[in-house]
Design a protein around this ligand. Structure first.
Ligand code: NAP
Length: 451
């Protein structure tokens, strides 16, 4: 690499994976110049638009991410959409390398009859709505019986938001419209459906425990669902957290319901078969489930019994999906960009980090090691055949280029103005922050140097 200039890298996606990658680059020796590009005018990705609003401690990682984006050799270019405003050729023209950290923005589908009925929606859309993601719409909230399919933490988040309702979220940053809509919600019963057994659920301990401590909620488990075969016993012996969580279900199965206004039911060994409703396309009225039993190896076999539950809202929470990015290879099976320790297979100067690299699993902190691995690969490649670094003739600034094309780039100071406006709105309502739920007021705040 020519000694006279530093590497310049674009990171696409300002969520935790992208920001941790920017940090590893910016703190490298010699430091790298990094531009972090995001389609939203706001940084922090899933921490802002995915972590549940009542999980304030988890959201506090924003302080760390904020510090990184404020580093002198890191810039933030928000409101810039890869594939629309900005293309792979632009990335290669302006930067030595580009890291894609675009996450897994869409949902997996069940592939069962009735899945497209009104009232059948994806957890990703519910999360986007209560997080105030611009463009997200409210789920139907007239349902008294809500079914959440899946036994992961996203299912718990969604179930908890319905269980808490407006009363339990009044102190958070959710947009006003979300609180108003939740105030009118008629939720009574929330059913969480796991297709496998209690020892195989993917919940984590703290998040699960919280479900047994919600005020105004009876948390219920049918003792008949708590089959613990040899495989379950082995999982419990191997993992203390599994043992503890099975203990919670056992406790809840012994509780006498207190007649609370809402009930959360955990069901195990229930495989969704079809969504019920009037005619071919009438709204959801219920769900049909195949009852299973443990297969002895951590899986499940059908017993042949079919049961039904009433439901006017069915939320599938069975995992996220990465999306194909223009110009890049994609593996439809793993829903990731094929890569070798972060280097996109068969490509030069293109790297990946986070969920689009490894799939939609892990907690926020998992992205730190993941991003560091990608940056280590990139830095080791620099100057070699894998990442030739030459004197580029064109050192034009991406932000200038984008503005010439009419893109309204929101830089760091613009985001800080949005941040200040949200905090001021929150203060007016006795809260720490209140988000806007649409783009226009955010762009307005970003433009206005008086706020
Ligand atoms: P997840 O943890 O992978 O859970 C997905 C669930 O869906 C599993 O129980 C899975 O069952 C089930 N499932 C998959 N296909 C199904 C089908 N066809 N029918 C019925 N059930 C099906 O995914 P997630 O909840 O979306 O979470 C994604 C990641 O974000 C996870 O790593 C999670 O821990 C993390 N996260 C963390 C927090 C937190 O720390 N508070 C909050 C939200 C998300 P099987 O196991 O049988 O496949």
């Amino acid at each position: 690499m020519p000694a006279e200039r530093s590497l310049r890298v674009a990171v696409i996606g300002a969520g935790p994976a992208g920001v941790y990658a920017a940090e590893a680059l910016a703190r490298a020796t010699p430091p790298v110049w990094v531009d972090v590009v995001d389609m939203l005018p706001t940084p922090y990705g899933l921490v802002r638009y995915g972590v549940a609003p009542d999980h304030l401690k988890m959201k506090s990682v924003i302080r760390t991410l904020h510090g990184v984006l404020g580093l002198p050799n890191v810039r933030f270019f928000g409101n810039v959409r890869y594939g629309v405003d900005f293309h792979l050729a632009d990335a290669h023209r302006h930067y030595d390398a580009v890291i894609f950290a675009t996450g897994s923005p869409t949902d997996r589908r069940l592939g069962i009859d009735g899945e497209d009925r009104p009232g059948s929606i994806a957890a990703a859309d519910v999360v986007a709505w209560y997080s105030g993601l611009p463009g997200a719409s409210a789920p139907p909230l007239t349902a008294t019986d809500v079914v959440v399919i899946g036994a992961g933490n996203v299912a718990l988040d969604v179930a908890r938001v319905f269980a808490k309702g407006a009363g339990g979220l009044g102190h958070t940053d959710v947009p006003d419209d979300v609180l108003t809509a939740l105030t009118g919600a008629r939720t009574r019963d929330i059913h969480l459906l796991a297709r496998r057994g209690p020892a195989q659920a993917k919940f984590t301990q703290i998040e699960l425990r919280e479900m047994g401590e919600l005020s105004g909620v009876d948390t219920m488990v049918d003792p008949a669902d708590l089959h613990l075969d040899e495989a379950a016993q082995e999982a419990m012996a191997a993992h203390k957290a599994t043992r503890t969580m099975v203990g919670y279900y056992e406790q809840w199965s012994r509780r006498t319901p207190l007649g609370q206004p809402k009930r959360v039911h955990f069901h195990f060994f229930r495989r969704p078969v079809r969504l019920l409703g009037d005619g071919e396309s009438g709204p959801v009225t219920g769900i049909e489930l195949a009852v299973g039993k443990p297969d002895g190896h951590g899986g499940v076999v059908d017993t042949g019994e079919i049961v039904q539950l009433p439901a006017q809202l069915v939320i599938r929470s069975i995992g996220y999906r990465g999306l194909r990015l223009p110009g890049l290879p994609f593996d439809d099976g793993s829903v990731t960009i094929p890569n070798d320790a972060g280097r996109v297979c068969g490509r030069t100067g293109e790297y990946v980090a986070g969920w689009i690299k490894r799939g939609p699993t892990g907690v926020i902190g998992t992205n730190k090691g993941d991003a560091r691995q990608t940056v280590a690969t990139l830095l080791a490649d620099a100057g070699s055949e894998a990442l030739p670094v030459s004197d580029r003739g064109d050192d034009a600034d991406l932000a200038v280029d984008l503005r010439q094309r009419g893109v309204e780039v929101v830089e760091w100071d613009g985001w800080l103005r949005i941040d200040t406006r949200e905090i001021a709105r929150g203060r007016d309502r006795g809260r720490d922050r209140t988000k806007h739920a649409s783009l226009a007021p955010m762009l307005d705040a970003a433009r206005d140097p008086l706020h």
